[in-house]
Design a protein around this ligand. Structure first.
Ligand code: MSP
Length: 543
């Protein structure tokens, strides 16, 4: 069988500001998707990086009285330093100021220029300096650019243009013929609806009289290239296009992660650039929504720009990763507040999973001094005590959802199984069984099924919470895998924990957060009623 390959990318982030929650989300989502592919036996490559040319960077550098390069070096370093904090394992970090990247941008431009798809013309248009692009009148709202809320400036200049219009029909057909090219569906529809109007040719140069911080056009020394023409090429330059081994190996399996703000460059400019340069079209685009903070768009003036390092320091990396994947429906916007993260930690992590883990192992300690008794096949069948088919269902649903980047559903499938295990404890009532020696085989079978269930959970949570997965596996005395995780295939057959294994009582997986310490009094009642009380049940102490 052909080995399975997967190349994932994040956008390369602008270096005009420090990384925030939104950047952290895309990087974590792409990391979770990569780790999921790894447990599904794919060979993966994961790329992220920084976008360092353009007006915005020059302006930001000027404000700090430094050079664009020095400024870019500093902020790019912040993005690089963030990755280990988030436990994001990228294979490469690309910067658009890398000499290798610059050369590939020039090569691609030359190729398209030579084929006749780039032409020189004078143009008068409405230019937004914030977006670094020309606008059509119909794209403006009340005459203003939506992103910056300013009226664009009329600019007249001679520039180079890319014949995007020539490829409009081809692109529409390509999108329709490849249903998962742009996912989720609503963003595919957005792009197709945009393509109903005639596509304008794209201005791809900026005169050096106006901007020097960019890549010089290979066919005209007086111009630099438009930032998007530079930035998008990172995805192939990082793989060593055209002859690099990585390019040949991974490019056909590319899926780009982006948020909804940049679907146009990715869903329209990029495939057309590839087509014009005679390069295979990437496999697909995974588009997510925006994180708002306390109900508003993150902005410096509101003061709600959330620093992912602070959140991680406060709540821990695995809880943060879990929260982001669980709370956002991929494709839709989500809201970040301290109350919601704390509620998720206390109910889903501390109560549902953490208490299940410590309850089961504490009971095994108490009743069998930590020794795994194993399941009695006859009793298991007679009393219908097996959890194997519930575990199998969880694995199948998890796999299906994660393959479609429906992370919240993937997590939901695991937690559904956790909830089944918690109910199983309530109905089998091991503390009652333990009162009578005649029940010892039943008790052993019950605890064995629960321990096996925890083993499966430890394998499935790996992409989302790698550290917790490892911690659970160490506690359960599972053999350490050299690759660092158990593959989905390896989660079955059921019954891998050996009879006779001695399992110690575990440390607490997720400490409960004292809600009184983190939130204003007025919110207290609402939170405890809706989120905490109902989930206390599985956390009852062992009777
Ligand atoms: N440099 C371009 C991308 C070039 S890719 C060839 C750029 N940079 S950016 O710094 O503005 O990053 C935009 C991306 O950051 C979004 O597409 C998304 O991945 C992430 N996010 C920024 N703010 C976000 C939210 N509030 N919520 C979720 N993700 C967001 O555009």
């Amino acid at each position: 069988m052909k080995p399975k390959k997967q190349f994932f990318t994040t956008p390369i982030y602008y270096v005009n500001a420090k990384p925030h929650l939104g950047h952290a989300y895309t990087s974590i989502a792409a990391d979770v998707a990569t780790r999921f592919k790894q447990i599904d036996d794919y060979e993966t490559f994961f790329l992220t990086g920084t976008d360092e040319h353009g007006d915005k960077i020059v302006q930001a550098a000027q404000k700090q009285e430094t050079t664009p390069k020095e400024y870019a070096d500093n902020i790019s370093q912040l993005f690089q330093d963030l990755l280990p904090v988030l436990n994001v394992k990228n294979n490469h970090f690309i910067r658009t100021t890398d000499p290798g990247h610059i050369q590939v941008v020039k090569d691609v431009l030359s190729k398209i220029y030579d084929s006749g798809d780039i032409y020189f013309s004078s143009y008068e248009g409405l230019y937004c300096f914030g977006c670094e692009r020309f606008y059509q009148e119909r794209e403006l709202i009340d005459g203003k650019c939506q992103d910056h809320g300013v009226e664009p400036t009329v600019i007249k200049e001679s520039n180079y243009f890319f014949k995007m219009s020539k490829y409009q029909k081809w692109l529409i057909n390509h999108i329709k013929a490849n249903p998962d090219f742009i996912q989720p569906e609503q963003y595919k529809n957005e792009i197709l609806s945009f393509l109903k109007d005639p596509l304008e040719d794209l201005c791809i140069s900026r005169p050096k009289s106006r901007l020097t911080w960019g890549i010089t056009l290979p066919f005209d020394e007086d111009y630099v290239t438009y930032v998007w023409f530079d930035a998008l090429v990172n995805y192939i330059s990082a793989l060593g296009y055209p002859d690099g081994k990585l390019f040949k190996k991974f490019w056909p399996s590319t899926r780009h992660f982006v948020a909804k703000d940049i679907i146009k460059p990715h869903g329209i400019y990029w495939p057309i650039m590839l087509k014009a340069a005679d390069i295979e079209i990437y496999n697909g685009l995974n588009v997510h929504g925006f994180w708002n903070v306390k109900g508003s768009k993150m902005s410096k003036s509101i003061g709600n720009v959330t620093d992912p390092i602070q959140v991680t320091n406060k709540y821990g990396i695995d809880p943060f990763r879990y929260f982001l994947m669980r709370e956002m429906v991929f494709g839709l916007d989500a809201n970040f507040t301290e109350e919601t993260i704390v509620s998720r930690i206390n109910s889903d992590l501390a109560n549902d999973l953490g208490n299940l883990f410590s309850r089961v192992l504490s009971m095994n300690s108490r009743y069998f001094t930590g020794e795994v008794k194993g399941s009695d096949a006859k009793i298991e069948k007679q009393k219908n005590l097996s959890l194997a088919s519930d575990a199998k269902k969880a694995v199948d649903e998890f796999k299906q959802a994660m393959s479609l980047c429906e992370f919240h559903k993937g997590v939901g499938a695991i937690w559904q199984f956790i909830s089944i295990m918690n109910k199983y404890i309530d109905t089998t009532a091991p503390w009652t069984l333990a009162k009578d020696d005649a029940n010892v085989l039943i008790l052993g079978t019950v605890l064995y099924n629960l321990i096996e269930g925890l083993r499966v959970v430890s394998c499935l949570i790996y992409p989302i919470m790698p550290q917790t997965s490892l911690k659970m596996q160490e506690t359960l005395c599972m053999e350490k895998r050299e690759k660092g995780f158990y593959s989905l295939e390896e989660t079955f057959p059921w019954g891998q924990i050996k009879k006779g294994t001695i399992i110690e009582k575990p440390d607490i997986l997720f400490p409960r957060i004292d809600t009184n310490k983190i939130k204003p009094k007025s919110h207290k009642k609402k939170l405890s009623a809706s989120n905490f009380d109902k989930s206390v049940a599985p956390g009852n102490p062992v009777k």
